[in-house]
Design a protein around this ligand. Structure first.
Ligand code: HMG
Ligand code: MG
Length: 306
């Protein structure tokens, strides 16, 4: 039986996944302030933005302004989403050194999200990943709808494994397995993770849960017991994909950190600093954020709102 990892990598996806679904355009300066506050927390990786079509994701149309303006901290990787060669050229021009390509385990979602079949997405990523690898960049490969699709319903683990094999063959360093619409339950994690761990190795596997139905932390716990040691989350629990009807926020970083730290698992991340970043973000999006820990911290007045 695998023992629970003593150390976990938490990848903060708030500036990208968290903001991409916000309807009102957030000023570039506010995004930068949010990232600056996140920078004080000591994340090993922050997903900053996406070099996607501004028609697809208007909120992140300022990627070329945001990325170069981030004050990069030693020990933190700053990554971006790239869907095609056009996005890769823009990312390179902005000085990016770590990218993520993204496809899905179901055809309907892939079509809605990036207007490609899964096979076309793999073909589109081939030159992108080749360029990235030649430049020594870290490459993550996302597989969305791994536990369920908003259009097709159930997704078989074998389908995820098939797409994972294609991404690994392209040469991605890491897979992030997405529960895009937050439907997964722990038994699904227990069914899927061992298959992917055998394929990719546990140390190349990240899990990316949305908390639409309140099962994200239970899924993390199941994955910890299987030896997974990288999880994605978003400060405050913001997030969702505009092309995934019904998708709610990402697992909140504060809630994840509270559970991990309570279990004696090290992350190297300062929870109070994340609360300060989320508290600032709440003033920008002008609504309370969903993180349970954040709500408790605010009601206990444990935080100064910057
Ligand atoms: P398309 O319309 O099929 O592509 O979109 P196209 O090549 O015909 O381009 C259309 C227009 O966009 C053209 O401009 C292109 O130049 C431009 P026009 O001639 O009409 O003026 N364009 C670009 N501009 C800037 N940067 C680019 C770029 N590419 C084309 N990179 C495309 C296909 C993939 C581009 C589009 O569908 C797209 O950008 N989709 C991104 C959708 C997205 O970002 N979704 C959210 C991220 S995925 C997610 O959230 C899930 C995840 O969190 C994990 C999980 O939860 O499961 C990762
Ligand atoms: Mg997501």
């Amino acid at each position: 039986m695998t023992t629970i990892p003593r150390q976990v990598r938490v990848v903060e996806v708030g500036p990208r996944d968290g903001l991409q679904n916000e309807k009102t355009i957030i000023p570039t300066a506010a995004k930068l302030r949010f990232i600056e506050l996140l920078n004080t927390a000591g994340f090993p990786e922050i997903e900053v933005t996406s070099f996607v079509s501004p028609k697809a994701i208007p909120q992140l149309a300022d990627a070329a302004e945001v990325f170069p303006a981030v004050a990069q901290q030693p020990g933190t990787r700053y990554s971006v989403l790239v869907p095609n060669e056009r996005g890769m050229a823009r990312a390179v021009a902005a000085g990016v050194a770590a990218i993520a390509v993204f496809t899905a385990a179901s055809e309907s979602f892939t079509r809605a999200n990036i207007n490609m079949t899964i096979a076309e997405s793999i073909a589109a990523f081939r030159p992108v990943v080749a360029t990235a690898r030649a430049a020594g960049m870290h490459v993550r490969g996302y597989i969305s709808t791994a536990f369920g699709c908003p259009y097709e319903g159930a997704v078989a683990p074998a389908q995820v494994v098939r797409v994972a094999a294609e991404l690994l063959a392209l040469g991605v360093d890491e897979l992030s397995i997405g529960d895009t619409i937050g439907v997964a339950t722990p038994n699904q994690v227990t069914d899927l993770v061992p298959l992917l761990a055998e394929q990719a190795g546990l140390d190349r596997l990240a899990l990316h849960f949305h908390d639409t139905r309140g099962t994200a932390l239970a899924n993390v716990l199941a994955a910890l017991h299987l030896g997974v040691s990288t999880f994605d989350s978003a400060a405050g629990g913001v997030g969702g994909c505009p092309y995934a009807p019904g998708a709610a926020g990402n697992l909140a970083t504060e809630d994840l950190l509270y559970m991990l730290h309570g279990m004696g698992i090290q992350t190297g991340i300062d929870l109070a600093a994340v609360v300060r970043a989320s508290s600032y973000l709440a003033t920008i999006v002008q609504r309370p954020l969903t993180s349970k820990y954040l709500q408790a911290a605010i009601s206990a007045r444990q935080t100064d709102i910057p």
